[in-house]
Every structure is written in C-alpha cells, then in structure tokens.
Design a protein around this ligand. Structure first.
Ligand code: HEM
Ligand SMILES: [Ca+2]
Ligand SMILES: [Ca+2]
Length: 307
C-alpha cells in the first residue's frame, strides 16, 4: 500500500514534502557528516524491530523502557534522531502539512537523502507508513544482527523480513560509511583462537592497523571508520575491502569467505552500477517491512513520544 509521491495529495504545497525534508537533511549534513551513517543505521534498526514505524525513535518514559535503550541500540548516534526531528519540524512549519507526515516516512525520506548526499544512488522512495503505537526494549531481543554472525545466521534473520541473501549483501554495504566502537571486533584482533591470536581472514596489515587504533583496554568511547579507504563516500569500496581481507566485522568478512556469497561480492566490487541497483531494490524492500496502516498506527506529533 506504500507508493511514490504519496504526499502530493495529502499536503499539497508549493514546495513538496520531499524537498522540505531534503533541505533539512542537507542542512544537518553540512553541520556534520555523522548525519549520514547515523540516519542510515537508524532506519535499519527501526525496520527490523516492529517494522518501519519509527518505534526506534520513541524515548523511554516513566513506566516504559523503549527500544532505543536496548543495548543493541545504545550505539545509535544521536545525529540520526536529530535529523528526523529537524526534518519533522521543517515539514510541520508548513500549515498544510502539519501533523500529516509520519515520522516513519520522514525517516525513510531522510535515509534516501543521506545516501544520495554521500555519493550513493538516488531513488524514488515509497511512502504512506504510519507511526507505531508501541516501543519496548524487550521487543528488540534477538531482532538485530550481531557482528559475530555467520552467513546462515545473517540469512535467516534477513529472510524473516522477506529479504534475500542478495538483499542482505547489498544492505551490508551500508558499512561503507560510518564508525564502529573497538569492542565490536576486538575478538578478531586479540585472543581470536588457540591456533590464531588474530582472525586469519583479516589482512595482516589491516589487523595491525586495527590493533594500533584499538589497543587493549582502549577507551570504550573510541570509534573507528568501518571503511578504511573511503569512510565518507557511499560507494562499492565495501566489496573491494572484503576482497582484501578488510572487512571489519566477522559478519562483513564472511560474505567473502563463504563460497555462497563470494560471487556476489566479486561482482559488485567490479560493477558499481550493478551494486547501486541492488542496493536501491533492497532498500525499497527493507522500507516495506512491517508497515503499519489503519488502526495499527497514527501520525505522531512528536517523533519521540506517543500522541
Ligand atoms: C548484516 C548485518 C549487520 C550487522 C551485524 C551490523 C552491525 C553493526 C555494528 C556492530 C556497528 C557498529 C556500531 C558501533 O559500535 O557503534 C554497525 C554500524 C553501522 N551499521 Fe550495521 N550491521 C549490519 C547491517 C547493517 C545494515 C543493513 C545497515 C543499513 C542499511 C547498517 C548500517 C550501519 C551504519 C551506517 C553503521 C555506522 C553507524 C555510525 O557511524 O553511527 N548495518 N553495524
Ligand atoms: Ca520499528
Ligand atoms: Ca566508502
């Protein structure tokens, strides 16, 4: 039931909603690049828990511990939430659009915009989602992939949302921008196994580089670029890195070491347009996950709180 240009009739206006959101996102992007990875990851974590319904944006309140306070969401960067809130304010400043555009749709539009702003493909985004009516930390349990996952675990978690292995590989390339805390891959560079102190699927120079950026007992707040080559560009470098043993997480590198996913990695490492096409298709599918309609949702006045 999602469709493109959904708001053309809902809030007709000289400037269309998508332009208003794009301008707000652009302004935020000019203040900090973190806007890009923060918004992209926020969309993913939203869609995988209760569907794309902005449930992840709800703040905890007296009697409710919300999704964003689950351990798997604590590292979501504040700039993603801030991007949605600023874009929502810009939309609501137009009288004919006030309280007519869902936070879930604003997040979907903002995600499309940050991908384009960082050099990725631009695409028409499907809209018409409602905002969800619940958000609990408990509902996040077991719903988000972990950096230590193998291919079977990744495939089954994505398949639960109708996403294929191909979609999963394309979406994983989101790790071509943004940061990770050292704790997420420390097991690969220290005491990996009895035979190998360092994960043998990591390139030796890259492992040494990671060890120097993330010494034992590093400040837990330290985060490093996930793409060591083009950390601020949304490109297919992710796949080239995997070919060279520069996948940061086990869940990244396994896409190249497992023979079932390796051919796709190789194809996209050599063919950026093919990757972009697959990424747009996968993002569109991701955006359809668990969409709320009718009495299952509403349009929040404040993205961080239920009406
Ligand atoms: C395939 C399984 C995935 C796993 C295991 C995974 C895991 C992670 C982990 C552990 C981090 C680092 C968090 C931190 O330490 O701060 C991270 C960051 C990130 N992830 Fe994923 N992720 C996956 C898929 C995705 C997908 C599908 C997207 C979006 C489409 C995505 C977008 C991002 C972005 C943009 C960042 C950087 C965030 C920032 O810089 O603030 N990830 N991911
Ligand atoms: Ca959600
Ligand atoms: Ca990159």
């Amino acid at each position: 039931q999602l469709r493109q240009n959904y708001y053309a009739n809902v809030c007709p206006n000289v400037e269309n909603v998508e332009n208003i959101v794009r301008n707000a996102v652009k302004q935020k992007f000019q203040q900090t690049f973190v806007t890009v990875p923060a918004t992209l990851r926020l969309f993913f974590h939203d869609c995988f828990v209760q569907g794309c319904d902005a449930s992840v944006i709800i703040s905890s309140s007296g009697n409710n511990k919300a999704e964003k306070d689950h351990p798997d969401n604590l590292s979501l960067a504040g700039d993603g939430f801030d991007t949605v809130i600023k874009a929502k304010a810009a939309v609501d400043a137009i009288p004919s659009c006030r309280n007519k555009v869902s936070c879930a749709d604003i997040l979907a539009m903002a995600t499309r915009d940050v991908v384009a702003l960082s050099g990725g493909p631009s695409y028409a985004v499907e809209l018409g989602r409602l905002d969800g009516l619940s958000s609990t930390a408990a509902s996040v349990n077991g719903k988000l992939p972990q950096p230590g996952f193998n291919l079977n675990q990744l495939n089954s978690m994505f398949a639960a949302h109708g996403l294929s292995q191909t979609d999963m590989i394309a979406l994983s390339a989101a790790h071509t921008v943004g940061f990770s805390h050292c704790s997420r891959f420390a097991n690969r560079i220290y005491n990996f196994s009895r035979q190998n102190p360092v994960d043998p699927t990591l390139s030796k120079p890259y492992a040494a580089q990671l060890q120097s950026m993330c010494p034992r007992n590093v400040d837990p707040r330290i985060a490093i670029n996930m793409d060591p080559n083009t950390p601020r560009t949304f490109d297919n470098m992710y796949f080239k890195n995997l070919q060279q043993g520069k996948g940061l997480f086990t869940s990244d590198q396994v896409l190249f070491t497992d023979q079932r996913s390796k051919p796709t990695v190789n194809t996209w490492a050599n063919n950026s347009p093919a990757f972009q096409k697959a990424f747009v298709a996968a993002m569109t599918k991701l955006g359809r996950v668990g969409v709320k309609t009718g009495s299952n949702g509403n349009i929040r006045r404040d993205c961080g709180a239920f009406n």
